[in-house]
Design a binder for this molecule. Structure first.
Ligand SMILES: Cc1cc2nc3c(=O)[nH]c(=O)nc-3n(C[C@H](O)[C@H](O)[C@H](O)COP(=O)(O)OP(=O)(O)OC[C@H]3O[C@@H](n4cnc5c(N)ncnc54)[C@H](O)[C@@H]3O)c2cc1C
Ligand code: FES
Length: 351
């Protein structure tokens, strides 16, 4: 049994119990103490905080996200750092208007559907052993059996479907979770251990501005959740730019066309193909189509999700079109390569 230490989260002064083998962020999120985080794998730097008292093991923090001089200054990535004594941290406690954050917990999911929905892309449906409350856009962390490792996938289901998790998963050649498990041995009926909900890429109901949704590949997963939820529960107008290489790579086209018919005054769908011309699709990458179709993005709120280079290119386009960082919410699908190499970290937005 691992030693347990007390983590004091300033400025709240809240005390959380944390095992010596448990990341401090994990202990806080499970105790309902919300701290900013995005990747939960030591890559993005969003969870960086100052340890003002006590000792931590820095864990598997990327040396790009946490530089040596920052470690010496007493900073740590809370998603990786584990306590070696009682510690005090200076938490950037975020509370946003109209948002309830839900504590992280463990679940068991049973695979009820595993289907190919596009080239190298699978839709995975899990029935949970109990309901999970979450904000649309958040993600879960799956335990990859027999490896001691976890991988994160965004939920495409809506909070009104709390007993079922829908994931859209892209195959990474040679990937531990995808190529070697989800696309290889995983079957309907298998049980998966998972935890959630995580992340700060979620719908902001208090923002009345029209929403620009921009998704690349399986970046459609959280975007699907946000759009379905917002159309049912809110009033904002929504435009979706969703990109894939060809019609074989783009999925959910029928779903979004149906939503466009059902909500003609609120939802506009622009499927974009970067390597094929086809009727009903815009030609080009999402950023090119966005660039060509919008004179300015002023007055909008944008939600961007997908591979880091696509997110980065989109941010540059949005900012050139006069949208400011405070109006842009992003989720980068960082992977192990990004962690090892520093990925493609935008100089425009630090986190
Ligand atoms: C917040 C978040 C949400 C996400 N949501 C989704 C989602 O909804 N859908 C989705 O498809 N993906 C999503 N991802 C990505 C997902 O978590 C995985 O990273 C992805 O599926 C690859 O996992 P893998 O185990 O198959 O590949 P990995 O085994 O992790 O390998 C990934 C790549 O890294 C390379 N690599 C591995 N180790 C190293 C190393 N030490 N040095 C250099 N290169 C290395 C591999 O060769 C490979 O190219 C999300 C990521 C984040 C951070
Ligand atoms: S959330 Fe800790 S580095 Fe990304």
């Amino acid at each position: 049994m691992s030693e347990v230490y007390t983590v004091t989260v300033d400025p709240l002064g809240t005390e959380v119990q944390c095992r010596a083998d448990q990341p401090i962020l994990d202990a806080c999120l499970r105790a309902g103490v919300w701290l900013p985080h995005a990747c939960t794998h030591g890559t993005c730097g969003t969870c960086k905080a100052e340890v003002t008292d006590g000792e931590v093991d820095f864990g598997e923090a990327s040396s790009f996200a946490l530089m040596d001089f920052e470690r010496e200054e007493g900073k740590a990535l809370l998603c990786c750092a584990m306590p070696r004594s009682d510690v005090t941290i200076e938490g950037d406690v975020e509370l946003e208007q109209g948002i309830t954050m839900h504590p992280v917990s463990d679940y068991t999911g049973t695979v009820v559907e595993l289907s190919d929905c596009a080239t190298d892309t699978r839709r995975l449906l899990l029935d949970l052993d109990r309901e999970m409350a979450f904000n649309p856009g958040q993600y879960v962390s799956l335990e990859v059996p027999g490896t001691g490792q976890t991988r994160t996938y965004s939920m495409a289901n809506v909070p009104a479907e709390p007993g079922r998790v829908e994931l859209h998963i892209r195959r990474t050649p040679g990937g531990l979770a995808t190529d070697n498990w989800i696309f290889k041995t995983l079957e309907v009926g298998d049980e998966i251990r998972l935890s959630g909900p995580y992340g700060r890429f979620f719908f902001r109901p208090a923002r009345p501005e029209p929403m620009l949704m921009i998704a690349g590949g399986t970046g459609q997963a959280p975007i699907t959740s946000i759009i379905r939820h917002a159309l049912a529960e809110a009033e904002q107008r929504i435009t979706l730019y969703a990109g894939g290489r060809t019609t074989e790579h783009l999925y959910n086209v029928a779903l979004f066309r149906e939503l466009q018919q059902r909500y003609p005054d609120r939802f506009h769908y622009r499927p974009c193909l970067s390597e094929q011309r086809a009727e009903g699709y815009a030609a080009g990458r999402v950023t090119d189509v966005l660039d060509a179709e919008l004179d300015t993005c002023t007055g909008h709120v944008a939600y961007v999700c997908g591979p880091p280079p696509m997110v980065d290119a989109t941010l540059k386009t949005l900012m050139r079109k006069r949208l400011f960082p405070r109006d842009i919410y992003r989720e980068d699908f960082f992977d192990a390569r990004d962690k090892a190499t520093g990925g493609l970290r935008s100089p425009l937005l630090k986190r």
